[in-house]
Design a protein around this ligand. Structure first.
Ligand code: F0G
Length: 357
């Protein structure tokens, strides 16, 4: 009956930190792993959802950011920099604020969700909109970190992946073993890499009997790993994963090989359909990029690749409140406008189709 203390305290013995590391935490991790009966019914598998939107800034990035900012402060950094499609910038700004240092964040102009933009500003991040895409932002961030006194906290910083691997530890704690399949959205492929590392460490210390097969999904218009080539002008409504040249591409390729994994591409229409299934049938609201895990599961189950009875964990990476506009559209793109009625009980009853008892 105590408060969860954040991943660095909870997993101190399994991370590269010491007594000299100042722990900068907002209580991240310890997120729910929820059974999803509606998805189990649709697929015949035992489906669980790791709801990473329950982290302090609403995405899985907080697990890596507590580690990256703590190590940056340990090494004397006064300023950190990142490129971001939105969630990393929200997280970096929040953890930097807590640590009392500066976060500069580079985002593609006009291409990040309103919730994420608001978070970076609210946490006093120095937010700069770059007239380019995420990949351009990351090039500049790397350049700055190489030549100026700023510390890079994108997932090319190994501390980020280290922190993020703790999500796999939590899954194993709940299930008592690794699942048969673990499904994640893929942008830079940092999180895919992190889960693989977490599960590999669990196997090495005999906490599990196996590695899960790692399945990763990219949006059709932004699927460089699936198609084996850089995408110059990535497009998708899932702005979080609109990335054409993933930073952790080669690490992910290795994880894919060792785990007998799979990479697939999903259309924007299928992403929105899956987002709606998860919110309306399971009760979990996620941003579009996160819903790709659900879409990927449904597609692979349909293709016969997920045997009935297997255990599947889906990571849903970011909260639906980050980017709520998509919930207010129909599948064909029309606006959904809730009904308006006068102050009259009978009118409301009639709209609800209720007959008097
Ligand atoms: N889901 C969400 C909600 C994300 O924000 C991201 C990445 C991913 C999935 C993909 O994770 O990059 O490790 O493969 N967002 C980064 C950002 C790029 O800047 O917030 P990945």
């Amino acid at each position: 009956n105590r408060q969860w203390r954040g991943v660095l305290h909870e997993y101190a013995d399994r991370l590269n930190i010491s007594d000299a590391t100042p722990i900068i935490t907002l209580g991240e991790g310890g997120t729910p792993l929820l059974p999803a009966p509606a998805l189990s019914a649709r697929t015949g598998a035992h489906v669980w959802v790791k709801f990473e939107g329950m982290n302090p800034t609403g995405s899985f990035k907080d697990r890596g950011m507590t580690m990256a900012i703590s190590k940056a402060v340990e090494h004397g950094a006064k300023a950190v920099i990142c490129a971001s499609t939105g969630n990393t910038s929200a997280s970096a700004a929040a953890y930097a604020a807590h640590a009392g240092i500066t976060a500069a964040v580079l985002v593609p102009e006009g291409k990040i969700a309103m919730g994420k933009l608001s978070q970076a500003i609210a946490h006093n991040g120095e937010l700069i909109q770059v007239q380019g895409n995420f990949d351009d932002c990351l090039d500049i961030a790397r350049d700055l970190a190489a030549n100026y006194p700023v510390h890079l906290v994108n997932s090319v910083n190994p501390d980020r992946i280290e922190g993020q691997k703790t999500a796999a530890f939590e899954v194993v704690e709940v299930l008592g073993d690794a699942p048969d399949f673990h499904i994640v959205p893929v942008g830079n492929a940092g999180n895919y890499t992190a889960y693989f590392r977490g599960y590999s460490e669990e196997l090495a210390r005999s906490a599990t009997t196996k590695l899960p097969r790692m399945f990763g999904f990219q949006a059709e218009g932004s699927a460089p790993i699936v198609h084996g080539e850089v995408v110059k002008h990535p497009e998708t409504i899932a702005s979080a994963i609109r990335i054409g040249n993933p930073a952790s591409w080669s690490l992910a390729t290795e994880a894919h090989k060792v785990s007998d994994g799979y990479f697939g591409a999903i259309s924007d229409a299928k992403i929105l359909e899956a987002q709606r299934i998860l919110s309306a049938e399971v009760g979990i609201f996620v941003e579009p990029a996160s819903a790709i895990s659900v879409a990927g599961l449904l597609e692979r189950a349909e293709a016969g690749q997920i045997p009935r009875g297997s255990t599947v964990v889906l990571t849903v990476t970011g909260h639906g409140l980050k980017d709520p506009q998509w919930a207010l559209k129909t599948a064909s793109g029309d606006d959904i406008t809730p009904q308006i009625v006068p102050v009259d009980t009978a009118e409301v009853a009639s709209v609800l189709g209720l007959a008097k008892a």
